[in-house]
Ligand binder design. Structure first.
Ligand code: NIG
Length: 396
């Protein structure tokens, strides 16, 4: 078995407060030893012996980002819709049908290549683990294909047949819900770990959302909900009531929603790149955190409301505009994402955890927010594999 070490780390933010100082468990002058895709040990710098060594040159190392909300498998382009929005048009999610049309006609191989390219882009941005949703097929055959393609890239696939009512079901939303809960779920469940529903005015109401989620649970899937994105509504409270792992968006929250999140086990996942790209207000993260709820940050990579794979950008928005501390934001994008996916093997650097880590081209993690828009990911290691390495870093 070969070992890989990341040595000469100036600042190691382990994400585990029991390992080092502060909420991020920071160690100085450290080395991480990797064996068989897992973290084998954390040592003092320049004391390790391994088959292969990457010299971090006193740079900072953080856990790989855990992106718990993406829609990576799609075809087509909606740049013009974005431009219209910037000129004043409101986002209403109607573009889901545009992407659905392009995705249905793309063909399996083209979809696979597009998704792989986006996965590589995300790795280059330091995202070592990703949840991937379906939701741009909206027919049994197309949703199944999307779930299949997604399952080649992650073990956190989410079936989102209830993303929108497709054109052929206009005026027959309840019939479409029956399709989603029946044959579509049956075809997609073998490829998926989760089921999700877009619970929002203009998408699926509380009864339809409940029906979809309950069928998914019956089929053995965990629950997630697109909730309270474009206005207050029943999504968050439904998610908490049904014990969903995550309520995503949480842009418009009533006091009762915040209370529900604080008293339940559902993670509030914020997607501020979406609020940026749709000109919605940013979620009131302080209110949710101060009430005691668990939070995550994710990119929501999709062609309509958030076409970015930059978690660094998400962190900058969370700190600048949602008033999260840098430490809260980094934890939300790593162990918070892991909690939203009910995993403890990712999101922190600790012996036994998956060897998912990122070397920053910076002396401290604060630079991620301090230097917005600058590509600071010098190396991405996922499952112990070097997926991206800046030529400035030496590997012996
Ligand atoms: O999470 N809101 C629903 N789904 C996606 C956007 C879909 C689209 O506009 O294509 C989201 O923002």
């Amino acid at each position: 078995m070969t070992t890989l070490a990341i040595d000469n780390i100036g600042q190691l933010a382990t994400g585990d407060p029991n390992t080092g100082s502060g909420p991020l468990g920071v160690l100085e002058d450290a080395a991480v030893v990797i064996e068989d895709g897992r973290i084998a040990a954390i040592e003092r710098a320049n004391t390790v012996d391994a088959d292969e060594v990457i010299d971090a040159g006193e740079r900072a190392v953080i856990p790989g980002f855990v992106d718990s909300h993406t829609h990576l498998v799609f075809a087509g382009d909606r740049a013009h819709e974005f431009a219209l929005r910037m000129a004043g048009r409101r986002y209403e999610a109607g573009g889901i049908r545009v992407t659905t049309e392009a995705t249905r006609t793309a063909g399996a191989e083209a979809l696979r290549q597009l998704a792989r390219r986006r996965r590589r882009e995300a790795l280059r941005a330091g995202i070592t683990h990703q949840e991937i949703k379906s939701g741009y097929g909206l027919s049994v055959q197309s949703e199944e294909l999307i779930c299949q393609v997604a399952s080649e890239l992650t073990d956190d696939v989410t079936f989102l047949g209830a993303h929108a009512v497709p054109g052929e079901y206009d005026g027959r939303a309840d019939d479409y819900v029956e399709l989603v809960r029946g044959p579509m779920l049956q075809a997609c469940a073998p490829h998926a770990r989760w089921i999700d529903v877009f619970c929002e005015q203009g998408a699926f109401d509380a009864d339809q959302s409940r029906a979809v989620l309950e069928a998914g649970r019956e089929a053995g899937l965990g629950l997630r909900v697109h909730a309270n994105q474009l206005g207050e509504g029943p999504g968050v409270q439904l998610a908490v009531e049904l014990g969903a792992a995550s309520a995503d968006h949480c842009t418009y929250l009533a006091d009762a929603d915040v209370d529900a999140l604080a008293s339940g086990t559902t993670v509030a996942t914020f997607l501020p790149a979406t609020d940026f790209s749709t000109r919605e207000p940013y979620p009131d993260a302080r209110r949710v955190i101060d009430a005691g709820a668990r939070v995550a940050l994710a990119t929501n990579t999709n062609p309509g409301s958030s076409y970015t794979t930059s978690m660094s950008f998400v962190l900058a928005l969370a700190v600048r505009d949602m008033r999260m501390t840098v430490e809260e934001a980094l934890l939300a994008a790593t162990s918070g994402g892991a909690a939203a996916l009910r995993r403890d093997d990712v999101g922190r650097i600790a012996p036994g955890a998956r060897a998912d880590l990122v070397v920053l081209d910076a002396p401290s993690y604060e630079h991620l927010v301090y230097r917005p828009g600058v590509p600071l990911i010098a190396a991405t290691i996922a499952r112990g594999r070097v997926e991206w390495l800046d030529p400035d870093l030496s590997r012996d």
